[in-house]
Design a protein around this ligand. Sequence first.
Ligand SMILES: NC(=O)c1ccc[n+]([C@@H]2O[C@H](COP(=O)([O-])OP(=O)(O)OC[C@H]3O[C@@H](n4cnc5c(N)ncnc54)[C@H](OP(=O)(O)O)[C@@H]3O)[C@@H](O)[C@H]2O)c1
Length: 269
Amino acid sequence: MSLQVTFLGAGRMASAIVDGLLSRGAATPAQLACLGGAGPSADTLAARTGIRLATDLEDLLRNADLVVVAFKPQHLARADPRLAELTRGKLVLSVLAAKTLARLGKTFPHARNIVRTMPNTPAAIGAGITGWCAARALSADDRATVTALLGAIGREIELPEEQLDALMAVSGCGPAFVFEFTAALREAGIAAGLSREAAALLSLETVLGAAKLMAATGAEPEDLRNQVTSPNGTTYAGLQVMAARDFRGMLRDTALATKARSAELSAQD
Ligand SMILES: NC(=O)c1ccc[n+]([C@@H]2O[C@H](COP(=O)([O-])OP(=O)(O)OC[C@H]3O[C@@H](n4cnc5c(N)ncnc54)[C@H](OP(=O)(O)O)[C@@H]3O)[C@@H](O)[C@H]2O)c1
């Protein structure tokens, strides 16, 4: 990217994007600047990465082309009203969970475009998947900027805004479901007679290895499952219990509850 990119909020998500941009060589420290709240996060990020620490909002936004909004969603309600003018003509990209394009438009009414994104926690190690949508059709240059920025923290997918609550149910909250699955597999291993240490190693490496195998082969998970399931064999015995307890129905209910809660939160101002 050849743009000036500024970060309003300099916590975990802003740091993940800055680290991703710098480590991929997609931006230089001179192109990036940040500003936080009353705490130390912006000083820490600037000192650690060499990006510029802005002195105030005017300083942050004066030469910015792209403004990444990365404070907490609850900060939006008390955002500085000068942001409306200071972001005039700029591209605004928000990572704020549950803040709709319509709501963002109230704070950034003169932006040339607004992009709402929903990253997930593996973004911290560049292995995230981010869903996003834009308020208006993106110019080719702005689209390239958005995909380059989100590409710094993993993969990205453009979706209609009305599908972002469903995305929350799969990728936004999905890492927590995978963590819970992994912990449950560890506990199951302990119940089956393993030490906690062995069960923890086996469950983690199994989730990691299976995910890598899916990604490397591109095969449907059902096909990979069938390849290791001989009739009346060991995997078959286990899968019979998963089916009898309606594992898929339980996950569907999990996703629908997540989606419903996300829709409730998105409806709040
Ligand atoms: N972490 C994730 O994996 C993840 C995933 C998806 C979406 N998100 C979204 O990312 C956003 C940030 O989350 P986070 O985990 O990075 O939070 P965080 O680590 O707590 O960082 C929040 C940042 O906001 C700053 N801030 C506080 N008040 C501010 C103000 N009035 N103006 C400007 N900045 C202000 C804080 O600065 P001080 O330190 O100075 O107070 C800090 O730099 C949230 O909206 C969240 O929905 C995060």
